[in-house]
Design a protein around this ligand. Structure first.
Ligand code: HEM
Length: 495
């Protein structure tokens, strides 16, 4: 009897506490979506829905509000209005300089990479990594990228016209080759070996098996303080040891043979030797070596794959790209170099429209580190995650009428100037925007030049992709895109 009364009391208190917690947004007077204990993240967590769709749905459901809450445990709100997004990312950066830590455990030094860092540690790390992505450094690095593009070209073996090629597969190998070459100074020869060990290990970075990945994702629903303790494992053990081994061996080899290269590893090695109070340890080198693969691999692969797909669907636009590439290549004697890719105009618009339509990274966030007041007077409490829905913004008909239509002219000067710049955020914005943007642009352009320089691409109706992206992925992805490749004559030769 006594036990039953106690149990009832505990249940009642728990119920009242839950109700109080769940009414957070209502009590604060902010618009919100109906929230439940497990938060709306459950859909994405059980991996039935792509992140693209998940974040677009929340953005659409919160319309017409400028922002609104959608989760209470942990506290999450989405900002929809470009001016408020700018306020959070730029003007009030000091209060929003951290982000939700997606892959972080206190005990694992390999998760202490820039993406997860906060405060001065982030500032110091960003300042040390930024020079590695300067125009000067990337100009040197472009030769390495061009070499990988050339290997991709040789590996294509197109013997007959209208040959079917899975562009995702080809580009995965190419991007893997570039990242390995530029990060570790290692030729992985993935173009020759096909689906080799490097590709497999990169695929396993976020967990060795499906169950582990699901468990890791499920832990996101808990507040970050609890997450540190319940998280099963941040990286797949095999792939983590594999990459660790490669980096250690490369460092040893370079030191023993006094080798210096224009790549990221060289930058890390210089940082390790620097005699300042900021210690760049071997763990930091390992962590960032792994981060560059995680950040650059599927993002860049998807971007070029979707770009080629849109070119296949729009022969008129493809012709314009062909013409531009032919003229540039003629000017530079047919050699792909840094100047070639810096001189594009129409291709820039095609890339931007691809990044808009497919929003390869469909959301990013900031965590409020000190309570802050939005311009309309709403107070964002410390600890709240503030999420930006990239797919939502990029598909908002108010900014991009007929959003499913592929139209590069949305990015001509006139249209660009007529829009708020914070309506287009494929690489984020503010001091924490993507550090690898220019590097990935070079990869995207080198691959596009190399393929479209020689070929026309087309798509058969049965190979058209639905606007239905893979669940279970952090980036916007489809498993394969099959395009027909046909040798073409250069437009500058057709007079
Ligand atoms: C198409 C390719 C890529 C896309 C769409 C992309 C997109 C993004 C986005 C949206 C963010 C969050 C920005 C923010 O919070 O404001 C980000 C952060 C980041 N990206 Fe990329 N990225 C790409 C390629 C790369 C590459 C190739 C690298 C490195 C080799 C890279 C390294 C990073 C890093 C280190 C951060 C964290 C920066 C910080 O916290 O200071 N990304 N990226």
């Amino acid at each position: 009897m006594y036990f039953s009364v106690c149990l009832c009391l505990v249940i009642c208190i728990l119920y009242l506490w839950l109700r109080y917690k769940l009414s957070y947004w209502e009590r604060r007077g902010a618009p919100s979506l109906p929230v439940n204990f497990f938060s709306s993240e459950l859909k994405w967590l059980v991996m039935k829905q792509s992140r693209f769709q998940y974040f677009k749905d929340i953005y659409d459901q919160l319309a017409p509000h400028k922002y609104g809450g959608y989760s209470v445990m942990p506290l999450k709100m989405m900002v929809r209005d470009p001016e408020i997004i700018k306020f959070v990312l730029t003007k009030e950066f000091e209060s929003f300089s951290s982000r939700e830590k997606l892959f972080f455990t206190k005990s694992d030094p390999l998760t202490h990479f820039i993406f997860n860092l906060e405060g001065n540690e982030w500032k110091d790390t960003r300042a040390r990594l930024t020079p590695g992505f300067s125009s000067g450094k990337l100009k040197y690095m472009f030769d390495l990228i061009a070499e990988c593009a050339d290997e991709m070209d040789k590996s294509l073996h197109i013997n007959e016209d209208r040959q079917l090629v899975d562009v995702c597969k080809v580009l995965r190998l190419y991007v893997m080759n570039v990242i390995f070459t530029c990060t570790y100074g290692l030729k992985v020869n993935s173009m020759k070996n096909g689906c080799d060990i490097f590709l497999k290990m990169a695929g396993l970075i976020r967990g060795d098996n499906e169950i582990n990945r699901k468990l890791a994702n499920f832990s996101f629903i808990f507040p970050s303080a609890i997450r540190h303790y319940i998280r099963p494992s941040t990286f797949g053990e095999y792939s983590r040891d594999f990459f660790k081994g490669i980096i250690m061996d490369s460092i040893k080899y370079r030191e023993e043979n006094d080798i210096k290269r224009n790549d990221f590893l060289q930058i890390f090695m210089t940082l390790m030797k620097a005699e300042d109070e900021f210690k760049w340890t071997i763990d930091k080198t390992l962590a960032h070596g792994i981060l560059y693969i995680m950040a650059g691999f599927s993002t860049t692969t998807s971007a070029v794959s979707f770009l080629l797909y849109e070119m296949a669907k729009h022969p008129d636009m493809q012709k314009k790209v062909h013409k531009e590439l032919d003229e540039i290549m003629e000017e530079f004697d047919g050699t792909l170099n840094y100047e070639c890719v810096s001189n594009t105009n129409y291709l820039n618009k095609v890339i931007s429209e691809t990044m808009r339509k497919y929003s390869v990274i469909s959301s990013f966030s900031r965590r409020c580190t000190s309570t802050c007041t939005l311009p309309d007077g709403f107070v964002v409490e410390k600890g709240t995650a503030v999420v930006v829905s990239v797919s939502g913004l990029h598909h908002d008909p108010a900014y991009y009428p007929d959003p499913l239509k592929f139209d590069p002219e949305r990015f001509n000067e006139e249209n660009k100037n007529a829009r708020h710049p914070y309506c287009f955020l494929p690489f984020g914005a503010g001091p924490r925007y993507c550090i690898g943007e220019r590097f990935s642009m070079l990869m995207i352009k080198a691959a596009t030049f190399t393929i479209l320089k020689k070929f026309s691409v087309s798509v058969l109706p049965e190979h058209e992709i639905e606007f239905d992206f893979m669940p279970n992925k952090l980036t916007t992805e489809v498993p394969s895109i099959k395009l027909q490749f046909t040798h073409r004559q250069r437009t500058t030769d057709i007079q």
